[in-house]
Structure formats: structure tokens, C-alpha cells
Design a protein around this ligand. Structure first.
Ligand SMILES: C[S@@+](CC[C@H](N)C(=O)[O-])C[C@H]1O[C@@H](n2cnc3c(N)ncnc32)[C@H](O)[C@@H]1O
Length: 254
């Protein structure tokens, strides 16, 4: 197989398995360089390597991104969910979580509420990039990543290291991160159901069919609210879920 057809086969496989559509010349060049530098091309029966996944994913994120969603989570969504049995944890999924800023923003916002929520809270973050999940578990962030946090939050929950702002361990809320592909049925088998699913700024990299498949996966595991980014696939979301009324939209229920 020549380089050109090798790249085409790989791009098709990436789209089919991860949803990510790589159409730009710069994407092809990236793959080309990867091959030229000796990057392993997975055989048909082999999974896509983490090196390749890290190369093709766009992991842009920061604390308090699209912060109106967190306002609504705290002021409206969590109080609504609270009414169920006090022993049951409230479960929040952040998929994708990238390097963890979104999951930790939720945790920090909940901590700021004090004891207003009496149920235990569990936050699960999933991302296909092993490198991002490693960063999420380390919880150490650049100035850029924390730019939207107040000085008060920074001083209270982070300590400064040579590498950046590192979070103190959060004990009150269970937070864990999983490397996984949201199109992998096996990933979903053990995840259980969620009261809230955040899925922001990933669908923009997929096509409409994959977005529909993803939204249907979410539907099987959602008990409460789905929160999408402003540029995600609202056409499909409106067909599958019911939009929630009010300011700061992009929120859906079953
Ligand atoms: C731009 S980030 C969005 C992060 C965060 N939700 C936010 O809005 O700031 C998109 C993330 O989607 C992840 N991703 C792409 N395809 C995925 C898939 N099939 N399964 C899980 N994560 C995926 C990428 O690794 C990347 O970290």
C-alpha cells in the first residue's frame, strides 16, 4: 500500500471508530509526518494506538468554560435532582472530560454550595486520550487553564508548583477518570446511569450520523439532564431529547 492509500485507510478507520472527521490538508499532513517518523500504523485487528489518538484529538478546555452551564447546574438542576432518596449518589458524567477542568469545575462549584446538597456526589470523566486522562488525574494546570477562576478559588483549592497550579485532593466528592471511546459498547456496560451528562465541544469534530449514535448512547444512560456545548449538534439533540426552557440553553431532558 502506498502512503496516500495508507493515509486514506487510516482516516476512514479513525472516523468509523472514534467519530473524528479529519478532512483538512493539515490533518493529512499530520498523519503523513506520523508515518514518516516511524509511527505505528495499526493492523486491522489492532486498536488505534494512544500515540495516534493523542495526535488527532483537539483537547482544548479550561476551568469555567461556558460557565452559565455550571450556574444552571447549581441553581436549578441539582436542587431538582436532590429530592430523590438521600442515600443514592447524584451521578454526573463529563464525556469528554479532556484534561479534567470541566469535571473539577463541577466539583469546585458544588463545594462552594456548602452543605446545601445532602446526597453524596460522584463525578465520572471519560476521554479517549490517555494523555489527557493522565493530566486529569494529576490535576496540575497552567495559568491559561485556570484564568477564569477567581483568586479566592485559586488560593483555596490549589497550591502553586513549578509546573503550575495543582489541586489539593478533593475528599468530599468522588471524582474518577476513565480512558475510553464513547462509541465502544464495552465502555458503557459497567458505567451505569447518570443524573447529568455534560458533553461539550466534541460533536463539532464528528458527522451527523456519529452524533446521533452518541446521543442515543447517552439516552440509554441518562436519568435527568444532558448539557451540550453551544456549537454541538442541537439538530439531532432536539430530535432525541426535550430542550429545557430558560436562559443559558443547550440543556435537554428525556
Ligand atoms: C475540545 S475537548 C472538549 C473538552 C471539554 N468537554 C470542554 O468542553 O472543554 C474534546 C475532547 O473530546 C475527546 N474525544 C474525541 N473523540 C472521542 C471519543 N470517541 N470518545 C471519547 N472522547 C473523545 C478528545 O480527546 C478531546 O479531549
Amino acid at each position: 500500500m502506498n502512503n496516500e492509500s495508507m493515509i486514506n485507510t487510516l482516516l476512514e478507520r479513525i472516523q468509523k471508530e472514534t467519530g473524528i472527521v479529519l478532512k483538512r490538508d493539515t490533518d493529512r499532513e499530520k498523519i503523513q509526518r506520523f508515518i514518516e517518523n516511524g509511527g505505528e500504523i495499526p493492523k486491522d485487528f489492532e486498536p488505534l494506538s494512544s500515540a495516534l489518538i493523542n495526535l488527532i484529538t483537539v483537547n482544548e478546555t479550561y476551568f469555567e468554560r461556558e460557565s452559565y452551564h455550571f450556574d444552571r447546574l447549581i441553581n436549578e438542576i441539582l436542587p431538582n435532582i436532590e429530592t430523590a432518596s438521600p442515600i443514592l449518589p447524584i451521578r454526573v458524567l463529563t464525556a469528554p472530560c479532556s484534561s479534567g477542568e470541566e469535571s473539577y469545575t463541577i466539583a469546585l462549584r458544588i463545594l462552594a454550595m456548602g452543605k446545601k446538597i445532602s446526597r453524596p456526589i460522584e463525578i465520572v470523566g471519560i476521554d479517549i486520550s490517555e494523555e489527557m486522562i493522565y493530566k486529569a488525574n494529576r490535576g496540575c494546570y497552567s495559568e491559561r487553564s485556570v484564568h477564569a477562576l477567581s483568586q479566592e478559588v485559586l488560593e483555596h483549592y490549589f497550591f502553586q508548583t513549578e509546573e503550575g497550579y495543582r489541586l489539593y485532593p478533593i475528599e468530599e466528592i468522588s471524582i474518577h477518570f476513565i480512558t475510553g471511546n464513547l462509541f465502544d459498547d464495552k465502555l458503557w456496560e459497567d458505567l451505569g446511569d447518570f443524573d447529568v451528562i455534560f458533553s461539550r465541544n466534541m460533536m463539532i469534530y464528528f458527522d451527523a450520523d456519529k452524533n446521533k449514535e452518541l446521543l442515543l448512547n447517552f439516552k440509554k444512560h441518562l436519568k435527568g439532564y444532558l448539557i451540550l456545548g453551544h456549537a454541538d449538534d442541537h439538530l439531532n439533540a432536539k430530535k432525541i431529547f426535550t430542550p429545557l426552557r430558560g436562559e443559558g440553553g443547550n440543556i435537554y431532558t428525556l
